[in-house]
Write a protein that binds this ligand. Structure first.
Ligand SMILES: Nc1ncnc2c1ncn2[C@@H]1O[C@H](COP(=O)(O)OP(=O)(O)O)[C@@H](O)[C@H]1O
Ligand SMILES: O=P(O)(O)OC[C@H]1O[C@](O)(COP(=O)(O)O)[C@@H](O)[C@@H]1O
Ligand SMILES: [Mg+2]
Length: 790
C-alpha cells in the first residue's frame, strides 16, 4: 500500500512546484539539490513580517501571542508572524535578520548514508509547534514555535565551522551526554571537526584555554556524572566573552545551562548581533529543578526523580523499623518543587510533601505537627519529603541570618531539613511522645549521577536539535514542547520560571495521594489564583512607562520581566493564621449537595480570571476594547446580572467555608491548568484526575502500607476532612444519583410524589392523552414561565 507523503515546503518552492505534492514510495526519488548555493532559498524567517508590539494591529492576536512580559530591549528582538485563525509564530533569531545576503549550502545530511535513506528527514521549513494544545472555543490560542530539525539548506560549510561548548550553573545528570552528542553529532552528521570545550563556565571564555574535543575524546563521558568541562556560577562578562568568540573565530556557540545561563546566552547573542558577526548561539536548557518555562521537562529531571526514590526508600525503611519513626528527606528545588512532587507521587511511601510554592505552618489546627501526631498514631511511622526552598520564610523567623548570595546572585538557602528535624523533635518532646527521626539529605548525590536511559535519549535529541538549528543559522533555546522539539526564542524561557501550580490538578493529585493537609488558607488560594491570572493576563505593552506602571501594579510579575533571578515563592510573606482551608483539592469536595451550583460558578469565574476562556461570545472581546478593560467589563456585567437571577433552591448560599473552598470535581476543572507534562516522564504517571481510583491509597499500590483512617463527617470537628474519603463520598453520591435518575426517567412527577412520601395522586397523573414524559415537560415549562414572570 502506498503511503502518502507531503513534500516539504522548501522542496516545493525550490523545485517550483508551488503546491503540496503527494508522493508514494513507488514514485522516483525527487532530484537532489545541486551543490551551487541558491540565493532565493532564504529561510522563512528572512521573509517574515517583523511586528513591533507598539504598532501591532490586531489586539486579539497580540493577546494570543504573548502572555509574557518583555523588557524593552528584549521586545526589540521579538519576531511575531501572524497567520489565519489566530495563528501567531513567535519566531527565533536568524543570521539573515542582520546579515541578509548570506549564501546557503546544501545540507550534507542529504548524502549521509544513515540519513539519506529517510525520505522525509528534513523538516518542512514552515512546520511549527503550538505552545498550547488544550484550548477552548474562545480562549487564547497561544503562540507557535518553529519546529526543530534539519533544514535542506544550511548557512555554514562544514569545513568553516568552529564550534565551542560551555556548561554553566549547577550540575545535573546528562551534562556529559549532551556534550558527547554535540561533539559526535557535529562530526558524524555535518563533518564538523573543529569543536572546542570552554572550561568552568562563562568565565572560561576569557580565562582558560579552549579544549579541542573529538568523538574519540568524548566517547565514554556519558557514563560519568558531572561535566567534563567543569562549570561555575557567575563570571558572565558579555563583552569579554564576545571579544574572545570573535578573536578565536568561533561561529557556533553551544551553551548548556539553566535559566541564568540562558539569560547569559541571550546577552551574548545580542552582542554578537550588534557587532554583525556570523555566529549562531544555541542554548540547551539544563536544570535539575525543571524550572525552565515552556519546555515539557529538562534533561536529568527523570534521573533525579528516579534517584530520589532510593533516598525515600531508605527513609521509609528507617522510619518503619522504629517505633514512631519519621524519615525526612530533603530534595532539590530552590523555587520549584517538581522533584519533590514527582518523587512523592512515584513513591507512594510519602505521607507529606512540602514545596516552596505551597506555604505551610507547623502549629495549630491543620498544621504539620497535628498531622504528624495523627499519622504516627495511625501508622506508627511516616515519611516526609521537603524541597530545599520550602518554608524559608518560617526558618528566617526563627534563625535570623544575613541574606547571602552565590556568585550568580541566587539567594543561599537555609537548611530546611535540619531545621524541621529540630522542630519536630522539640514538639514531640513537649508532648512526651517517644519518636525517632532520621534526616536524609541526598541532594548532591542525586545530581552527581550519570543520566538514565530515557534522559540519555532526550539529551541526544536535544543536542541534535541544537546542531541542526545552528547549522541552519538560528539562534535560540531548544526544547521539547508537547513532545515535539522546537526552537524557542530566548525571551520565552528567560522571562518566567516554571513552577508547580498549587491550583493545578497535579498538586491536587499529590494531596489526595498523601492525604496530607493542604495547609492553605483562603488567602493562599486567592493569591495562587491571582498569580495564575497574572500569568495568563494579556501582554504588557513594550513602552517603558506602561511597563513600569504594570510592574508597580503587579509586583508578583517582577521576575517575569527578567529583572532578577530571585522570585519569592507564592504568598511566602503572608502571616499564617491557624485556619486551614476546609478542602482544597480540586478533585474532591465535601461541600453539601447544595453547593454544587456554587462549585460550577466558582470554576467558571476562575477560568475567566485565568483568561482560559473568554466570556460567551461577546462582540466586545473581538473588537478594539483593550483586553484588560474588556475582561473587567465582562466581570462587572456578570456581577450586575447576578441579583436578577431567579432564586432557586439550588442557588441558596452554602455555609461560608464550604462555599469558599468548594471546588470543582463536580464542576468542570479549569481547563489547561496542568503545568507539568507527565507524559514525557518515565516515572510512573498518576492517573488522570477524574480517573484516579478512589481506593488508590491502599490497594492500587502493592508497596503502600498505609492504613486509611475512617472517614470523618465533613466539618464535624472543624478539622480538615479526609480528602480521599470525601472523594469516596462524592462517588457514592454520584452513583445513587444515577440510579435515581434512571428510575426517574420513567416519571419525574411520579418520583417527586414518591419522594414526598405519598402515592402519585390524580393531580400527578398525566392529563388525558399524555404520557408521563410529556407531563413532566409541561410541568417544567410552567415552572420556567412562572420564574420568568416573577
Ligand atoms: N541575568 C543574567 N545575565 C547574564 N548572565 C547571567 C544572568 N543570570 C545568570 N547568569 C550567568 O549564568 C550562569 C549560571 O547561572 P545560574 O543562575 O547560577 O545557574 P543556572 O543557569 O543553572 O540557573 C552564571 O555564570 C551567571 O553569571
Ligand atoms: O550548591 P550549588 O552548586 O549552588 O547548587 C544548588 C542549587 O542548584 C539547584 O540544583 C538549581 O540548579 P539548576 O536548576 O540550575 O540545575 C538548586 O536546587 C540548588 O539550590
Ligand atoms: Mg537556575
Amino acid at each position: 500500500m502506498a503511503s502518502h507523503i507531503i513534500l516539504p515546503k522548501e522542496e516545493e518552492e525550490e523545485e517550483g512546484l508551488g503546491v503540496a505534492v503527494e508522493a508514494d514510495h513507488d514514485s522516483p526519488e525527487p532530484p537532489r539539490y545541486q551543490a551551487e548555493p541558491v540565493p532565493k532559498a532564504l529561510p522563512f524567517s528572512a521573509t517574515c513580517v517583523r511586528i513591533s508590539r507598539d504598532s501591532y494591529p490586531n489586539l486579539r492576536a497580540l493577546r494570543n501571542a504573548s502572555a509574557v512580559s518583555l523588557r524593552d530591549d528584549d521586545a526589540d528582538f521579538v519576531k511575531l508572524e501572524e497567520g489565519d485563525y489566530g495563528y501567531v509564530l513567535d519566531d527565533v533569531q536568524h543570521l539573515t535578520d542582520y546579515l541578509p545576503e548570506l549564501p546557503t549550502f546544501p545540507n550534507p545530511l542529504q548524502d549521509h548514508p544513515a540519513y539519506s535513506t529517510v525520505k522525509q528527514y528534513f523538516v518542512n521549513a514552515d512546520d511549527t509547534v503550538p505552545e498550547k494544545v488544550v484550548v477552548q472555543k474562545n480562549s487564547p490560542r497561544g503562540v507557535h514555535f518553529r519546529r526543530a530539525g534539519p533544514r535542506q539548506r544550511v548557512y555554514f560549510e562544514p569545513e568553516d565551522v568552529k564550534a565551542c561548548i560551555v556548561t554553566c550553573g549547577g550540575l545535573c545528570p546528562g551534562l556529559n551526554t549532551v556534550i558527547r552528542e554535540l561533539v559526535c553529532g557535529l562530526s558524524h552528521m555535518y563533518n564538523v571537526n573543529d569543536v572546542f570545550g570552554i572550561q568552568n563556565g562563562y568565565k572560561g571564555f576569557y580565562s582558560s584555554n579552549y579544549l579541542p574535543m573529538t568523538p574519540k575524546s568524548v566517547n565514554d563521558i556519558h557514563k560519568r556524572g558531572g561535566t567534563v568541562l567543569g562549570t561555575s556560577r557567575g563570571g558572565h562578562d558579555t563583552r569579554k566573552i564576545v571579544d574572545n568568540i570573535q578573536d578565536r573565530g568561533i561561529n557556533q556557540v553551544y551553551i548548556i545551562g539553566g535559566d541564568g545561563t540562558q539569560k547569559g546566552a541571550y546577552e551574548i547573542f545580542k552582542e554578537i548581533r550588534r557587532r554583525g558577526l556570523k555566529v549562531a548561539v544555541a542554548g540547551i536548557p539544563k536544570t535539575i529543578d525543571n524550572d525552565i518555562a515552556v519546555i515539557d521537562k529538562s534533561f536529568g529531571f527523570d534521573t533525579a526523580v528516579e534517584e530520589a526514590q532510593r533516598a525515600i526508600d531508605a527513609a521509609h525503611v528507617e522510619a518503619s523499623s522504629a517505633e514512631n519513626g519519621i524519615g525526612l528527606v530533603k530534595l532539590m528545588g530552590r523555587y520549584s518543587g517538581f522533584i519533590a512532587m514527582c518523587a512523592t507521587l512515584a513513591s507512594r511511601d510519602v505521607d507529606c510533601c512540602l514545596i516552596p510554592e505551597s506555604p505551610f505552618y507547623l502549629e495549630g489546627e491543620g498544621g504539620l505537627f497535628e498531622y504528624i501526631e495523627r499519622r504516627l498514631k495511625e501508622n506508627n511511622h511516616m515519611v516526609i519529603v521537603v524541597a530545599e526552598g520550602a518554608g524559608q520564610d518560617l526558618i528566617a523567623k526563627s534563625i535570623p541570618a544575613a541574606d547571602q548570595l552565590d556568585a550568580s546572585g541566587n539567594k543561599l538557602l537555609l537548611d530546611v531539613g535540619l531545621w524541621l528535624t529540630h522542630k519536630i523533635k522539640d514538639y514531640c518532646k513537649s508532648k512526651k511522645m517517644e519518636m525517632t527521626i532520621k534526616y536524609i539529605d541526598p541532594t548532591y548525590m542525586i545530581r552527581a549521577i550519570p543520566s538514565n536511559a530515557s534522559d540519555n535519549v532526550y539529551c541526544t535529541l536535544l543536542a541534535h536539535s541544537a546542531i541542526h538549528g545552528a547549522m541552519a543559522g538560528y539562534s535560540s533555546t531548544v526544547g521539547m514542547v508537547h513532545g515535539r522539539h522546537a526552537y524557542i526564542p530566548f525571551h520565552r524561557v528567560t522571562s518566567t520560571r516554571n513552577k508547580v501550580k498549587i491550583t493545578d490538578r497535579m498538586w491536587a493529585r499529590l494531596l489526595s495521594s498523601t492525604n496530607q493537609p493542604s495547609f492553605l488558607t483562603q488567602k493562599d488560594i486567592d493569591e495562587a489564583r491571582e498569580a495564575d491570572r497574572l500569568a495568563n493576563r494579556p501582554p504588557v505593552p513594550a513602552g517603558t512607562s506602561e511597563l513600569r506602571e504594570h510592574t508597580e501594579k503587579h509586583p508578583a510579575s517582577e521576575s517575569a520581566n527578567g529583572s532578577g533571578d530571585v522570585q519569592e515563592p507564592l504568598a511566602s510573606e503572608s502571616p499564617r493564621p491557624h485556619q486551614p482551608a476546609t478542602v482544597f483539592a480540586a478533585t474532591t469536595t465535601s461541600a453539601p449537595a447544595s453547593s454544587a451550583t456554587t462549585c460550577v460558578e466558582d470554576s467558571r469565574t476562575l477560568e475567566d480570571d485565568m483568561g482560559a476562556t473568554g466570556p460567551p461570545e461577546t462582540p466586545e472581546r473581538d473588537t478594539e476594547t483593550p483586553p484588560q478593560e474588556a475582561e473587567e467589563t465582562e466581570r462587572t456585567k456578570e456581577e450586575k446580572q447576578k441579583p436578577e437571577q431567579p432564586e432557586t433552591p439550588e442557588r441558596s448560599e452554602p455555609p461560608p467555608r464550604a462555599a469558599e473552598h468548594a471546588r470543582a470535581d463536580d464542576a468542570q476543572p479549569a481547563a489547561d491548568v496542568d503545568t507539568f507534562n507527565p507524559d514525557g516522564c518515565t516515572t510512573p504517571q498518576p492517573a488522570h484526575g477524574s480517573e484516579w481510583p478512589d481506593d488508590h491509597g491502599s490497594s492500587s499500590s502493592p508497596r503502600r502500607e498505609k492504613t486509611k483512617p475512617e472517614p470523618e463527617p465533613a466539618g464535624a470537628s472543624g478539622k480538615r476532612p479526609d480528602v480521599a474519603s470525601s472523594s469516596k463520598f462524592n462517588l457514592f453520591a454520584f452513583r445513587s444519583f444515577s440510579r435515581d435518575k434512571k428510575k426517574g426517567e420513567k416519571s419525574g412527577v411520579a418520583l417527586a410524589a414518591t419522594a414526598e412520601g405519598r402515592a402519585p395522586s390524580q393531580q400527578d397523573r398525566p392529563a388525558q392523552g399524555k404520557t408521563w414524559e410529556e407531563a413532566d415537560k409541561d410541568k417544567g415549562k410552567k415552572a420556567r414561565w412562572k420564574r420568568f414572570w416573577k
